[in-house]
Design a protein around this ligand. Structure first.
Ligand SMILES: CC(C)(COP(=O)(O)OP(=O)(O)OC[C@H]1O[C@@H](n2cnc3c(N)ncnc32)[C@H](O)[C@@H]1OP(=O)(O)O)[C@@H](O)C(=O)NCCC(=O)NCCS
Length: 177
């Protein structure tokens, strides 16, 4: 972090989302090619799950990326990462990793020991992201099938299957070596 500005060395500013960020989360989901949930869902997320989410912006305020997630109600030591997206022009700068690490900084206080997410089988970038996070937090990613075609309504156009990745137990800080 650059002292005073709250910005990363490349100028990205990572913050907890507030209600006014809801529209930009929706736009980022759309522009990143993710499943686009309702505008209401993103704004609600900013109200109820801001503590386990992050939005990244350029120094001029342009949105660059986001992570939204929550602690699983039935298993609050598990953080479920629902969506991660980085604008195309900002990819390959470790922004997704920095956003994940920013949330993981809160894990010790929250009592979180594991991270989960689901990924479609062909999403190499996302798989690499979680492998990278697992490696630097001293854990192996374990992949298992979770959601299948039949779990999504065919009349919605269908949906690729989603594999669950579970990572943990997590070291609370990345290994500096
Ligand atoms: C997946 C995504 C968020 C990665 O964002 P990013 O900021 O470019 O990723 P990072 O630069 O932080 O890279 C993190 C790790 O993943 C690897 N990686 C990133 N993109 C990759 C790609 N296209 N192919 C292979 N590896 C990739 C990096 O090399 C790095 O690994 P390392 O630590 O071993 O070097 C971004 O590609 C994206 O928004 N994709 C579209 C939306 C999506 O699919 N989201 C995930 C599903 S919820």
């Amino acid at each position: 972090m650059t002292a005073g500005t709250g910005a990363d060395p490349d100028g990205a500013v990572l913050t907890r989302p507030v209600l006014d960020d809801g529209p930009d989360l929706w736009r980022l989901a759309r522009d990143c090619g993710l499943d686009v949930n309702s505008p209401y869902a993103y704004t609600l997320w900013c109200r109820d799950f801001a503590g386990t989410s992050v939005i990244a912006r350029d120094a001029d305020g342009t949105p660059l990326g986001y992570v939204i997630g929550h602690l699983r109600p039935a298993e609050p030591a598990t953080y479920f990462l629902w969506q991660v997206g980085v604008a195309e022009r900002a990819r390959g700068r470790r922004l997704a990793r920095r956003m994940l690490d920013r949330i993981a900084e809160r894990f010790a206080d929250l009592g979180v020991t594991h991270l989960e997410a689901t990924v479609t089988p062909d999403n190499a970038a996302s798989r690499a992201l979680f492998a990278s996070f697992a490696r630097d937090h001293g854990a192996e990613p374990v992949w298992t099938p979770l959601f299948e075609h039949r779990h999504f309504p065919a009349e919605s156009g269908g949906h690729e299957p989603e594999d669950l990745v579970r990572i943990g137990p997590l070291r609370t800080a990345p290994d500096p070596s």
